[in-house]
Design a protein around this ligand. Structure first.
Ligand SMILES: [Zn+2]
Length: 93
């Protein structure tokens, strides 16, 4: 598992929920058990291994799920988000 970008402690797997799964790309919402901050992460499994970028979010799991229902995210958009997060060098997790 990854570390929390805020308190640097390790996330525990039971606090992570996969919100969206498209082929090799996963959108994961993690609530840190130590500082209770939420992180939204995009994980891409490729031939190179697992790459993941995340950002601290105010969105609760319910919010994310609601947004997702309103505008369903396509695989391309997920990858765009991943690239965007990567290029902006936001908090890597
Ligand atoms: Zn934390």
């Amino acid at each position: 598992m990854s570390n929390c970008p805020l308190c640097k402690k390790q996330h525990s797997p039971e606090n992570a929920r996969i919100l969206l799964k498209k082929k090799d790309t996963h959108l994961v919402h993690i609530i840190c058990p130590h500082c209770t901050n939420a992180v939204l992460a995009v994980m891409v499994v490729s031939g190179m291994g697992l790459s993941s970028v995340g950002m601290v979010t105010d969105l609760s799991r319910e919010d994310v799920l609601r947004l997702q229902t309103v505008a369903s995210i396509s695989e391309d958009e997920l990858l765009d988000l991943h690239e965007m997060l990567k290029n902006n060098k936001l908090n890597y997790i």
